[in-house]
Design a protein around this ligand. Structure first.
Ligand code: ZN
Ligand code: ZN
Length: 396
């Protein structure tokens, strides 16, 4: 655990990684190494290491300190458990569910403990996540024993009241202390806190009341589900021992990316490359939508970085029926890198017509009298990187 590996190496990201890249890397690694998921030796330590690296790098001030001073700058980074997930409603809840569920049930007086919660990772295509889906999941889990109906007692017999605790499931001992009499309450060891014991245990389940079973469950996936969402199926977890109540099943969703559209919650983004002549003259162009390719109008005089918003063409809201986000088409004007001789001739004629000088001199001499073209002025190269940054800002 006390490794000294570089945090960026641990997450497998470059030092200049954006917050989004960090988050993606962390999510991917956490899904791979989470102790609930991974059966590999050392997964626990590996996950702690990943978690620690992410906690530091996702916090701008701690990341700065780490970049400057290394680990010495961010001492006390570890030991925070599963913080980032708890905040996002992710694994933290699951952890409580896994470790809290059965234990909490066991302490309840005179009642059999409840079964453990289970997690199932469900992969969905982008389309399934958009439209919703009815999925069948099959897995093996402890289910209620069919022979004894969960009681743990051989059919024809019934569990009897525990003689040691008189059916209360707990033992009380009174001791005298300086502060007076104190009562210690511990679960009864004979009936394991249940209050009843089985004299002749069921042969199928050896008195446990449950056995490993293959189960198939239908999961209704609502439209608009996203990566890492949880669908809770109440009572579909492990059966409780000796007739105890079942735990819950948490279906955690993983959504494939769309090949061309990018998603952020309910919004979709598409980067539309257009030529300088399309930007100047206008054009009708095809963009992908969830309903198939659609033709949109790029108006004459469209500037780089323009956003064309297709309202209601985004992702369905998971809770608001019928409502959908928008599809944002971000226009990227591409300046030609190579020109044919005829193209060059025409552009030079255009430049001459606009009162600009031809050839290389033009770049260093921005024409002041070119008021009708607001984008004219700076050098094309710088302008282009500016657009890129803006697109990135809008998408990331
Ligand atoms: Zn049984
Ligand atoms: Zn007892």
């Amino acid at each position: 655990m006390a490794t000294q590996r570089d945090y960026y190496d641990i997450l497998g990201v470059p030092r200049g990684a954006s917050d989004e890249e960090l988050k993606r890397a962390f999510r991917r690694l956490a899904q791979q190494w989470h102790p609930d998921v991974s059966t590999e030796a050392g997964a626990d330590d590996r996950f702690k290491e990943i978690n620690e690296a992410y906690q530091v790098l996702s916090d701008p001030s701690r990341r700065k300190a780490y970049d400057l001073f290394g680990r010495a700058g961010v001492n006390g980074a570890g030991g925070e458990g599963f913080g980032p997930f708890a905040a996002g409603g992710g694994f933290g809840d699951l952890f409580d569910a896994f470790f809290g569920g059965a234990a909490a049930g066991a302490t309840r007086r005179g009642r059999p403990p409840s079964g453990a919660d289970l997690r199932y990772d469900l992969r969905l295509s982008f389309e399934e996540a958009m439209r919703g889906a009815d999925k069948e999941v099959t897995f093996s889990a402890l289910g209620r024993c069919a022979t004894c109906a969960g009681s743990g007692a051989e059919p024809g017999t019934t569990p009897v009241t525990c003689a040691r605790c008189n059916g209360t499931g707990e033992l009380r001992t009174v001791r005298s202390t300086m502060l007076g009499q104190m009562v210690d309450v511990t679960p009864c060891g004979r009936c394991r806190g249940v209050g009843r014991v089985v004299d002749s245990p069921c042969v199928t389940c050896h008195g446990e009341g449950r056995s490993a079973q293959d189960r198939t469950i239908r999961v209704a996936v609502p439209a608009g589900i996203d990566e890492g969402h949880q669908i809770r199926l109440s009572g579909e977890g492990e059966a409780g021992p000796r007739g105890g109540p079942p735990g819950d099943l948490y279906v955690v969703t993983h959504v494939d990316a769309h090949p061309r559209l990018r998603r952020r919650e309910t919004e979709l983004y598409f980067e539309l490359p257009i030529s300088i002549s399309q930007a100047a003259l206008g054009a009708r162009l095809m963009v992908p939508t969830l309903e198939g390719d659609e033709s949109i109008e790029v108006k004459p005089g469209t500037q780089p970085g323009t956003e064309i918003r297709l309202r209601g063409k985004g992702v369905p809201h998971i809770r608001r029926n019928g409502a959908r986000g928008d599809l944002h088409v971000l226009v990227d004007v591409r300046v030609p890198v190579r020109l044919g001789s005829r193209q060059r001739e025409l552009l030079e004629a255009y430049a001459a017509e606009s009162g600009e000088l031809g050839g290389a001199e033009a770049a260093g001499t921005p024409s002041a009298g070119n008021g009708s073209a607001p984008a004219g002025g700076g050098t094309p190269r710088r302008r282009k990187s500016g657009i890129r940054d803006r697109l990135k800002d809008a998408i990331s």
